[in-house]
Ligand binder design. Structure first.
Ligand code: ADP
Length: 179
């Protein structure tokens, strides 16, 4: 599914994010940039160990990444130029500023992509897997964040949201279809 949000093309895709041909792949990372399972595991498996090595060097130098914030590494063997590691919140029932923190992670990744001078970016549904964030609410926050960001966007041409899970992907399609 494709929609135009302000001046940016948003594509919702059911598939494996590591296969996307984009400038930046966003990772659903943890604070210590230890890439184990889910999206992070898939990125490491295909991108190679250099991504973990660079991540470890980053944490050694700057400390763990705050929830809602991002760190950048190169993308190893992946076709993308960069990985933006975005740390989303763990869902604790919704009273722990989880929504605000997810929004911050998305907006920080978009802003960082512009600083890197790239045109295309692919996101996973940050926090909605191992971190337990409700998928529909996650999709709504992606939509709100992209609407906000694209009001003043002068750098990105295309934002993709890629989910390997068909049902989760369909929830995103439904949310982005509503005005
Ligand atoms: P988090 O720890 O932030 O919840 P996960 O990696 O566990 O992150 O999952 C985030 C979302 O990414 C989930 O909806 C999951 O179904 C999806 N996902 C897992 N692997 C992939 C992949 N290779 N490509 C695209 N989406 C994926």
């Amino acid at each position: 599914m494709e929609v135009k949000v302000n001046n940016v093309l948003v594509k919702l895709i059911n598939g494996d994010i590591t296969k996307e041909k984009v400038d930046v792949i966003v990772n659903a990372a943890n604070a210590w940039l230890k890439h184990g399972g889910g999206v992070a595991g898939a990125i490491l498996k295909k991108g190679g160990y250099s991504i973990q090595k660079e991540s470890d060097e980053y944490v050694q130098k700057y400390g763990p990444v705050n929830t809602g914030d991002v760190a950048v590494t190169f993308a190893g063997n992946l076709e993308a130029k960069y990985i933006i590691h975005a740390v989303g919140p763990i869902w604790h029932g919704g009273k722990n500023k989880e929504e605000e923190k997810l929004k911050s992670a998305i907006l920080s990744a978009l802003k960082k992509a512009c600083e890197l001078g790239v045109k295309t970016i692919a996101f996973p549904a940050i926090s909605s897997g191992i971190y337990g964030f409700p998928v529909k609410r996650c999709a709504e926050i992606f939509k709100e964040s992209i609407e906000k960001f694209t009001k003043n966007n002068t750098c990105l041409d295309e934002i993709r949201i890629v989910n390997i899970d068909k049902e989760d992907h369909e929830i995103f399609v439904e949310v982005f279809s509503n005005d």
